[in-house]
Design a protein around this ligand. Structure first.
Ligand SMILES: Cc1cc2nc3c(=O)[nH]c(=O)nc-3n(C[C@H](O)[C@H](O)[C@H](O)COP(=O)(O)OP(=O)(O)OC[C@H]3O[C@@H](n4cnc5c(N)ncnc54)[C@H](O)[C@@H]3O)c2cc1C
Length: 334
C-alpha cells in the first residue's frame, strides 16, 4: 500500500504517523512545497520580533518522520491530481502515484484586491520564509503597516512593535472564515497594543497603494486616510489551498468537501486540517475547523481511516483555533 500525503503541516505529519502505525508495512510519503524541516507555524510572529530563532520553532513531531520511516519529498508543489489514474503531478514536472491520497495543504492568506494590483508592495505572514522576509524588511524600515483582522493582525502588530517599528494596524473587521477571538479579549488586547504605541485603524480597508520611491509606500484607506510606511504586512485569515484539485474529480466548496470520515467524494482521497470542509454530523453542516489542534486531530483520523480505521470525526469546540504556545495573548501584547 502506498499513502501519499500532500503538505508538511500538523495535519500531514499526524496523518503520516497514524498511517505508519496502522499499516506498518506501507509506503508513506509526504510531499510538500516547503524546503526545510516542519515548524510550529503559531510561533512565526516570534521570528518576526526576534524573540525566537528558526531552530527553536522546529516541530518536534516533524523531527521524528525519518525514524517512522516516512519519506519526505521537499520542494514539491502539487499542481494537478488525476483522481482516475491515482497520480499527482508537481510543479517541477515530477509525478507520484498512490493507493490513498491525503490533501493536507492548509491555507494561504487572503490578499486584499488593492494590494493584488501591486504584487511587490506587500509581504505575507504565513510561512517561515515569510517571517524571515518580514524581519529582514523591517530591519531596514522605520514604519510598518499591518493589514488583517483578529488574532493574526494583533500578533503581527505586536511583533513588529517589539522590533521597534512605528506600526499602524489596519483592522478591516471580523474574520470571515475562522472563529473570531472573544470580543472582550480582543478589546483588551487592542487597548494594550494602543498603549504600546500601535496606531489602530478599525473598520477600514486598503483602497490603494502607491510605491513612492522604491522604498516607501503611500497606503490610502477606504476612510480617506494616507499612511506612509516602508513595509506592508498581510496577516489575514487563510483560505484553503486547493486550487490544484481543479479537474481532479474531487468536490471542493470553500475547502475540500469531506464526510464525517474525512473522505472526499473520490473514495481513496481524503483531506484534513485547514484545507478541509468537514461534515459535522451533529450540526448537519460542513465547515472548516481552522487551527493547529484541529489539524492534528483530523490528520490522525484521516491517516487511520485511509488505512481502514473507519473512525468518525466529532467536532469539539476546544478543537478550534486557540493560542497554543507561550504566554497568553494579553501577556504577549504588554
Ligand atoms: C502567523 C500564524 C499564527 C498562528 N497561530 C495559531 C495559534 O496560536 N493557534 C492555532 O490553533 N493556530 C494558529 N495558526 C493557524 C495554524 O497554523 C493552522 O491552523 C495549522 O497550521 C493548520 O495545519 P494544516 O496542517 O492544516 O496546514 P498548514 O500548517 O498550513 O500546512 C500545509 C502545508 O501544505 C503545504 N502546501 C500548500 N500547498 C501545497 C501544494 N500545492 N503542494 C504541496 N504542499 C503544499 C504548505 O506549504 C504547508 O507546509 C496560526 C497561523 C499563522 C499563519
Amino acid at each position: 500500500m502506498r499513502y501519499l500525503i500532500l503538505g508538511s503541516g500538523p495535519a500531514a505529519i499526524a496523518a503520516a504517523r497514524a498511517a505508519r502505525e496502522t499499516d506498518p508495512d506501507a509506503e508513506v510519503i509526504v510531499a510538500t512545497e516547503e524546503y526545510g524541516s516542519p515548524y510550529l507555524r503559531p510561533h512565526l510572529p516570534d521570528i518576526v520580533s526576534g524573540e525566537k530563532e528558526p531552530a527553536a520553532i522546529a516541530d518536534p513531531e516533524g523531527k521524528k518522520l525519518s525514524a517512522w520511516k516516512i519519506e519526505v519529498r521537499q520542494g514539491k508543489r502539487a499542481r494537478r491530481v488525476d483522481g482516475a489514474r491515482n497520480r499527482v503531478t508537481f510543479s517541477d514536472g515530477t509525478e507520484e502515484t498512490y493507493n490513498f491520497l491525503l490533501v493536507a495543504t492548509g491555507g494561504k492568506p487572503i490578499v486584499p484586491l488593492a494590494l493584488m494590483a501591486n504584487p511587490g508592495s506587500f509581504l505575507l505572514l504565513n510561512s517561515l520564509g515569510d517571517a524571515l522576509r518580514i524581519r529582514a524588511r523591517a530591519m531596514r524600515a522605520d514604519a510598518s503597516l499591518v493589514y488583517g483582522p483578529g488574532y493574526l493582525g494583533i500578533e503581527a502588530a505586536r511583533a513588529l512593535r517589539k522590533l521597534g517599528q512605528q506600526v499602524t494596524w489596519v483592522n478591516p473587521g471580523l474574520p470571515r472564515f475562522g472563529n473570531p477571538i472573544p470580543g472582550d479579549i480582543e478589546a483588551k488586547v487592542t487597548d494594550l497594543l494602543r498603549k504600546n504605541g500601535v496606531r489602530i485603524k478599525e473598520g477600514t480597508d486598503i483602497a490603494d497603494v502607491l510605491d513612492m520611491d522604491g522604498g516607501t509606500f503611500a497606503v490610502r484607506t477606504t476612510g480617506g486616510e494616507e499612511i506612509r510606511c516602508q513595509a506592508i504586512v498581510v496577516a489575514t485569515e487563510r483560505l484553503p489551498a486547493v486550487g490544484f484539485l481543479e479537474g481532479s474529480g474531487v468536490k471542493v466548496g470553500t475547502g475540500v468537501l469531506v464526510d464525517e470520515y474525512l473522505r472526499t467524494n473520490v473514495s481513496n482521497i481524503f483531506a484534513a486540517g485547514d484545507c478541509a470542509e468537514v461534515f459535522d454530523i451533529n450540526r448537519k453542516e460542513s465547515r472548516i475547523n481552522f487551527g493547529w489542534r484541529s489539524a492534528i486531530k483530523q490528520g490522525q483520523l484521516a491517516g487511520e481511516n485511509m488505512a481502514g480505521g473507519g473512525k468518525l470525526f466529532i467536532r469539539n469546540a476546544e478543537d478550534y483555533f486557540g493560542l497554543l504556545y507561550g504566554s497568553s495573548l494579553q501577556e504577549r501584547a504588554k
